[in-house]
Write a protein that binds this ligand. Sequence first.
Ligand code: F6P
Length: 538
Amino acid sequence: MSKLTSSSTWRELEQHKDRLSKISLSELFNNDLGLARVNDFVLPLADLTVDFSKNLIDRQVLTSLIQLANDSDLVSKISAMFNGEKINFTEDRAVLHTALRDSSSRPIMVDGVDIKPQIRAVLQRMTDLANQIRRGQLIGSTGRAIKNIINIGIGGSDLGPASAYLALKDYTDQSLTVRFVSNIDYSDLATALHNLDPAETLFIISSKTFTTDETMTNAQSAKNWLISELGEFTSDKHFIAVSSNIAAAQEFGINQANVFELWDWVGGRYSLCSAIGLSLMIAIGPDNFNAMLDGFYKVDQHFLNTPLETNVPVLLALIDIWYGNFWQAQTSAIIPYSHDLARLPAYLQQAVMESNGKSVDKTGEVVDYQTSMIVWGEPGTNAQHAFFQLIHQGTEMIPVDFIGFLRSQHKNDILHHNKLLANMIAQAEALAFGEQQDINNQDDVLSESKVFVGNKPSNIILGSQLTPGVFGQLIALYEHKIFVQGVIWQINSFDQFGVELGKKLAKGVYQEIDQKKITIAHDASTVNLIKKIISSNS
Ligand code: F6P
């Protein structure tokens, strides 16, 4: 048994689980109409209000969960991250996405060097370029002003800016076209290029490593498109790189002056606040981008300085652990009641699952407990008409995060927005408290089928409005939640070796398809499939 699962705190939590299994959420609320729960289990976090009262918890459970955090020395681990210690122990790297939005004068040292001046310098260069483009002063190789920005990147080099762009589209400059290309499927690039004038188009090649096959292939095809449309063109006027691999960007033909640097202490899935956010900054403008950074910073400061008992990312992380490790929940849903947050679940899927989808702890032992839950979601109310049936009446426990905003993005909209919020509140209420049917008037099957047993947990995260600052707060909340869970599970949340094997094998298979010859030993199924593709190619 691992140290974690054999600890007295773990055993205590198992006993709490047995106790709580016999008490319903209705009963937990009925003790005092739930007033104490609202008092105890609703907390402010910058411009967010986080209501975690509809969880299968009480004070005793929370006390034990906080003890679990203390057992893993969480407070000192949080400081270690913010201070630049090399907590990404498999890659010997610091983890300093928090430095990217730290507007204080505090120096942050990595290998004896203060990294703050480098961060400020890149942010200034991003600001200058964004302003130049937004003023129509960046001129393409035929003399026309750049009006179209295409970000080419994948994973963390796409999901952050792409989902933020959608979330903040009301803040974007409508005279610019900003699109995102990630998939190696040519459809993605073709759709993005549709209707664009190449003479007015700038490609931002976003790749920390500048080796990712999807991004490099799309970048090369973008170059070919420019050549075929413009003939000779000046690469510098149509290509920008965001990367930590300056040499590879130069080899691709991008001048060093057009490379925006990224550092190895920024993980891909935590990189929105770095130059990976350049396309977003161009779209929403430097002031709004800075407001977003400020939102991140506010939550960073809360996370760093608030006692665990009222520390919102810590509490949400612990509640998730409660369900995953003690109630055997396997998945959790993120349901934004905001159509503009449609890509948020995808962004958070990478952040959560690439970070904590691990099964080996920091000592190299295979863990004997569940780590990350599977995270999924879609915006409400669409989600209600798709999969909510299962959350209400299925056999799985699926804790839900509802995310909503008090005010609409649209000045004159009260009708839609209040209906949207009413649905969110009603879903959380229905999940928690269910409904019993009057069984006297119906046959057994019908009456049983109509029972809502309730007792399904959820959090409500309510923001004031979906502004750049609030978006930043929301993402930082999840980033820190992920960190806390990694600390308690004793895993490295900052590497991602699990994605490498597929990449390596794809390279070999591609070569075989390209050369129409199988040269690697595969299983019979794989050989059969490759042969099919080869013969369809000829
Ligand atoms: O999927 C693996 C991964 O390395 C992610 O962690 C990363 O966000 C993505 O690929 C893109 O990597 P890069 O920015 O180096 O192209």
